[in-house]
Write a protein that binds this ligand. Sequence first.
Ligand code: ATP
Ligand code: MG
Length: 556
Amino acid sequence: MTEEKKSLNFIEQIMEQDLETGKFDGRVHTRFPPEPNGFLHIGHAKSICLNFGIAQQYDGKTNLRFDDTNPSKEEQRYVDAIKEDIEWLGFEWNDDILFASDYFDKLYEYAIRLIKAGKAYVDDSTAEEIASTKGSPTTPGIESPYRSRNVEDNLDLFERMKAGEFDEGSKVVRAKIDMANPNMHLRDPIIYRIKKAHHHRTGDAWNIYPMYDFAHGYSDSIEGITHSICTLEFEVHRPLYDWLIDALDLYHPQQIEFARLNLNYTIMSKRKLLQLVEEGVVSGWDDPRMPTISGMRRRGYTPEAIRDFATGVGVAKRENIIDISRLEYSVRQHLNKITPRVMVVLDPLKVVITNYPEGETEELEIINNPERPEDGSRKLPFSREIYIERDDFMEDPPKKFFRLGPGRNSRLKGAYIITCNDFVKDEAGNITALHCTYYPDSKSGSDNSGIKAKGVLHWVSIPHAKDVEVRLYDRLFNDEAPDGHKEKSFMEFLNPDSLNTITAKAEPSMLDAKPGDKFQFMRKGYFCADIETAATHPVFNRTVTLRDSWAKAQKK
Ligand code: ATP
Ligand code: MG
């Protein structure tokens, strides 16, 4: 029992304790509260896996509630994208989707109750006046001259704010807490403001909108949430969360904070991701280089890999930075299990097998995935002329180069051993073809040639090769902390080589790939048939290389 307890993370410990003491009558009910002002990113994925995962673990429920209290930035298309991403990650929310805006009437009523209890007031101060009288963490603030307004006047003004009688910025409602409190969030925080914006759901019904802290805790309370899990920066908001709920003597969920996911080489602020989209640095929110869930999906990441990563990194109470290679590791692990191995030559060099009969084609049987024999095998055409990778040949190779060079041999994967006898150069000195001979009795599976070949090369038969577009994606930023520089914008750290588009030579079966199908291009990496372009022409996105080439480069 104690040993088992030790391996629980701190949130699980709280859950188990609450279940034991019956704090929430044995219920676990979490929520995931995205603001529909952008697409979800890998940080949100972490929060989704945590909130939905922990509820599953304790037979609980998770609400999907959109925090739509800021009408100017929120859009229906973001709501749709967020729903799609959560479902794709493999989670189901409780009942219907919910919106903070569902509670606008109730929240308005709560504000009235606070005013009636003398716990909130209408303040005519300007934003500048409010900011300049807030004080500092070490010096108390100054009470607003409107703080002592009587209840009747407050109610009247609040109603007229709602009716749209006043201009934006001319009045706010503030909770009456404590202008000298060391916690700045308790210095009479604003709970309602005037905003004459069109809301994506309530239209023009409202001229006032609740502030995040006000709407969030009350929404949790209304929904009967037990554990309101959020990121560390909200720890200092917790006293306000608690104060607001207690001020009206409402059902009281427990707010719990954990360290947000930070990844090196990655930015996660939605505002900055939007900038990348708007300035055309990427093709959209789902560009395969984006750290968004939709971008990762299009790149070929799987929900299993993302969930494995999210659970693997655990939950921490202190800020930390996770190495992106950990995410890539989870992706490789899963793709290694599920993908067929196929042959695609990215940088082709022609090979003529001079002793192979002209015009003949042989069908070779090749196993789809050695990790999963049940995935079967397929037929692959072999002929006298094939492509291999240009860098699998060296004119003057060092001793340890186990691929082709003059007089050297290699095995063609699933086919024969060949020896390179000669090469052809054009006028500019570029190698244009190799002349090789093959050993007919060296066929894979029935090799009795007695010849040893250390290198195994992938290849594609030239008369059967299909042209496919391949997008070699790499990290979007070439700096570990692109938004961690005081004097420089993250835009200055864009990796100029984050996308390299080429035409590759693929084995014929690649034309059957359906959007989203995933492959291991032998010796080259994992690739995914592009979701958007597959209908017009075959495009394969590089999901991840076979090995972590960045880690190696850094060690040098
Ligand atoms: P951003 O800072 O990227 O704009 P946000 O926190 O404003 O994100 P929300 O839509 O409010 O975005 O986030 C929804 C939920 O996702 C919140 O509960 C938030 O705590 C959580 N979340 C956001 N970013 C991360 C992250 N990097 N790690 C873990 N959880 C996160
Ligand atoms: Mg937020």
